[in-house]
Design a protein around this ligand. Structure first.
Ligand SMILES: Cc1cc2nc3c(=O)[nH]c(=O)nc-3n(C[C@H](O)[C@H](O)[C@H](O)COP(=O)(O)OP(=O)(O)OC[C@H]3O[C@@H](n4cnc5c(N)ncnc54)[C@H](O)[C@@H]3O)c2cc1C
Length: 327
């Protein structure tokens, strides 16, 4: 039977009548008084003013965060979770997040195979509750209707902390290291950064030296200032790829006692437990912490597949360890 057009016509008319009878309210209602918006105008601005508004703030931030207390490499789900915990508890710490991509958030914008929903096993739902992210309770696990809802909410909360600065489109190319003991021990003392586009073109361009963000707690001669707590690096660069597992790969070159574990086959139960267990301070190199799937690469845990509880919880655990360091 052909669908009736009459029904939809009646419905459209009713909707139109309702619309006409309801005053429309939006953010500009008070300034736009005409139906055709002919009275609307932006305030004037000079192009150079826009330029200065951006660059003055960016370079002020570069100056402010040139020495940071916590440097988080990678702004995926685990890095953001850690940043949230640290920034919330210690507004006095300077936290720099370095993200290679233009868009922060890592791999947590979708569930598995490009599906929308995000699965988290309990008790990771407690973090969702704290962030006021709605979910469906399925007993042992919960489901957020779209992974992007989780990622955008954590991101927005993290970026609102005044002590957090996100440098995106910026890649960490290396770690700054310093001697740390009589037996050749090494400590990390900062990160070597560059615009990601520059990092990607070192082969074809020359003379593109990087920049550096140093950890706090060092004197001008590069030695540790014993009167201060020294800063730390938390690496959360995800599983291996063109940029992934960055610090894990670098750290095994510094710590000759360590070999890269390499991510093993998929086993959700073991993978999530392993990532949380391995998250936190790295015993081989002082001041170095790991969370998220980079732990799986470093320690040889299973891959977890599209379940994200371990990303949030490993970030929280690493964040708690960093807070204890600064206590
Ligand atoms: C479609 C899909 C499939 C998935 N499949 C799997 C799977 O099979 N197995 C699995 O374990 N997980 C899988 N996941 C889950 C998910 O990708 C990750 O496990 C999870 O996002 C990892 O979180 P993370 O915080 O450890 O790192 P990520 O979310 O990967 O975030 C790492 C961030 O670090 C940044 N970064 C990397 N290197 C550098 C650098 N040198 N400098 C600065 N920034 C850097 C990256 O750009 C990225 O934003 C999948 C996710 C999706 C969306």
């Amino acid at each position: 039977m052909a669908p009736s057009t009459e029904v939809s016509t009646v419905t459209d008319t009713q909707a139109q009548l309702q619309l006409n009878s309801t005053p429309i309210n939006h953010a500009l209602s008070d300034v736009v008084k005409t139906d055709d918006w002919s009275d609307f105008a932006f305030r004037p601005i000079r192009e150079s003013t826009v330029s200065r508004a951006m660059t003055s703030r960016y370079f002020h931030d570069m100056d402010k965060f040139a020495v940071s207390d916590v440097i988080i490499v990678g702004c995926g789900s685990s890095g953001m979770s850690a940043a949230y915990v640290i920034a919330k508890n210690r507004p006095d710490l300077k936290i720099a997040i370095i993200e290679a991509n233009v868009a922060p958030g890592g791999g947590a914008w979708l569930g598995g195979q490009l599906f929308s929903a995000m699965v988290m096993r309990k008790p990771a739902d407690l973090f969702l509750k704290e962030l006021e992210i709605p979910f469906e309770d399925e007993g042992d696990y919960v489901v957020v209707k779209h992974a992007a809802l989780f990622t955008s909410t954590v991101l927005s909360k993290v970026l609102q902390f005044p002590n957090v600065k996100l440098f995106n489109a910026t890649a960490v190319e290396d770690l700054v290291t310093r001697p740390a003991g009589p037996n050749g021990e090494i400590t990390v003392a900062g990160v070597v950064t560059n615009w990601t586009l520059v990092t990607q073109h070192h082969d074809s361009q020359c003379c593109m030296d990087p920049n550096v963000i140093e950890l706090s707690g060092y004197k001008n001669d590069g030695t540790r200032d014993p009167s201060k707590k020294h800063g730390v690096i938390l690496s959360t660069t995800g599983h291996d790829g063109p940029f992934g597992a960055f610090s894990a790969k670098r750290i095994v070159a510094i710590d000759t006692n360590k070999k890269l574990g390499g991510m093993k086959g998929l086993d959700m139960n073991n993978a999530e437990a392993g990532v949380v267990k391995g998250a936190g301070a790295y015993s081989g190199v002082e001041s170095m912490y790991f969370a998220g799937m980079e732990v799986a690469e470093l320690e040889g845990c299973n891959r977890m597949g599209p379940t994200f509880g371990a990303m949030a919880v490993s970030g929280i655990k690493a964040g708690e360890e960093i807070l204890k360091h600064f206590a």
